[in-house]
Ligand binder design. Structure first.
Ligand code: ADP
Ligand code: MG
Length: 299
C-alpha cells in the first residue's frame, strides 16, 4: 500500500524484504545453535561426571604372584550377599590342574556367586578359598584374577571388526594366534564364510551374529587370554545340540593342563568333563585326590 501511495520506493520494499529474510534466517540459526549448545552442555556434563569418578579399585598389588596353577579349594566356605540368606553354608570342594569339571545347579543356586568367590570378587563370610595349598589372600589380587578366563552368560562385543574384538584381550596378539584360537573354538569356518572374513564389522553387542556364534567368539577370546583356568558360565545354554557337541569336542581338544569349569543348570554338554559337582551336594563333600582317568558323574 505504501508503495502504491508513494510513501516508500519499490527498491526500499525489496531491500526491506531481503533484510527481513536475513534477520529471520539468523534468528532461526541462533535458535538451532542454542539447541546444539544445550546438547553439548549435557553431553560434556556426562563426560566430566565420568572423568570425576574415582579410579576403579583393581585390587591389592601386595602379596605373592602365582607362577603355576596347581589346585583350587573351597574349605568350609559360607557366603551371603549383604544381609540376605546364605547362598552357601559350609561348602568344600577341590579342583586340580587339568581337570574338566562340570558345576551343576538350578538357576539361583549360586553358581555365578561361586565363580566370583573363586576369582576373589567376593570374599567368604567364613572359611577359606585356597589356591595351590595357600589361602587366596596370600596372593595379589591381579595374579589371582589372571588365573581365570570367564566366558560369561551374556557376551559383550563392540561395533568393530571381529579381529579387533578378539585383539581386545591383548593388542600384541598376531593374526595367526587369533586364527588358531578361532579354529579351536570352531569360529574359523563361520568367520571365513562372512563377506569380509575377520574384518567383518559386528553390530552393537554383536547383534548381527547368532547367539551360538557370539558364544564361540567369547570362547576364542577366553582362549586368547591364556589363563590356566577357563570358566564357561552357562555359556552352553544358548547353543543348539550341534554347537553344544562342538563345545564338547573343544574341551576334549584343549591342552591337558588347561583346567576347565563348565557351569550349567542342566547335565547337557558335560559329557566331556572328568566329573561333575552338583551344588546341592556340596555340603559335606570331601575332596578326593584327582585321578586323571574319567571319574563317574556325581549328578
Ligand atoms: N550381587 C548380588 N547381590 C545380592 N544378591 C545376589 C547378588 N548376586 C546374586 N544374588 C543372589 O544370590 C543367589 C545366587 O545367585 P547366582 O549366583 O547368580 O545363581 P546362579 O548363577 O546359580 O543362577 C540368588 O538368590 C541371587 O538372587
Ligand atoms: Mg549364573
Amino acid at each position: 500500500m505504501q508503495v502504491i501511495d508513494g510513501a516508500i520506493t519499490p527498491g526500499t520494499l525489496v531491500a526491506f524484504l531481503l533484510y527481513s529474510q536475513f534477520i529471520s534466517q539468523s534468528v532461526s540459526a541462533l535458535a538451532g545453535s542454542y539447541t546444539s549448545v544445550k546438547q553439548a552442555q549435557g553431553a560434556s556434563e556426562r563426560v566430566f561426571e565420568l572423568l570425576d569418578k574415582p579410579k576403579e579399585y583393581l585390587g591389592s598389588e601386595k602379596g605373592e604372584s602365582i607362577h603355576d596353577f596347581e589346585s583350587l579349594e573351597f574349605k568350609n566356605v559360607s557366603f551371603r550377599h549383604n544381609e540376605s540368606q546364605e547362598v552357601f553354608s559350609n561348602i568344600s570342594f577341590k579342583i586340580f590342574k587339568g581337570e574338566k569339571v562340570a558345576l551343576i545347579g538350578p538357576s539361583g543356586s549360586g553358581k555365578t556367586t561361586l565363580i566370583r568367590l573363586m576369582q576373589g570378587l567376593f570374599s567368604p563370610n567364613e572359611g577359606d578359598v585356597v589356591i595351590n595349598g595357600k589361602t587366596a589372600e596370600s596372593f595379589n589380587d591381579c595374579a589371582r584374577r589372571a588365573l581365570f578366563a570367564t566366558v560369561p552368560q551374556n557376551v559383550s562385543l563392540f561395533r568393530a571388526s571381529i579381529i579387533d574384538n578378539l585383539r581386545l584381550e591383548n593388542e600384541k596378539l598376531t593374526d595367526d594366534e587369533i586364527i588358531d584360537a578361532c579354529k579351536l573354538s570352531n569360529c574359523h569356518e563361520f568367520i571365513r564364510s562372512l563377506e569380509n572374513g575377520y574384518q567383518t564389522i559386528v553390530g552393537e553387542n554383536g547383534d548381527t551374529l547368532s547367539g551360538g556364534q557370539k558364544q564361540r567368539l567369547a570362547i576364542a577370546r577366553a582362549l586368547l587370554r591364556g589363563a590356566p583356568v577357563i570358566v564357561l558360565d552357562e555359556a552352553t545354554s544358548n547353543l543348539d545340540n550341534d554347537n553344544a557337541l562342538r563345545i564338547t569336542e573343544l574341551i576334549e581338544s584343549l591342552p591337558a593342563d588347561k583346567t576347565v569349569v563348565i557351569i550349567s543348570h542342566t547335565c547337557k554338554s558335560v559329557d566331556a568333563c572328568d566329573r561333575s559337582i552338583n551344588i546341592s551336594d556340596l555340603k559335606g563333600y570331601q575332596p578326593e585326590p584327582y585321578n586323571s582317568e574319567k571319574l563317574p558323574m556325581l549328578a
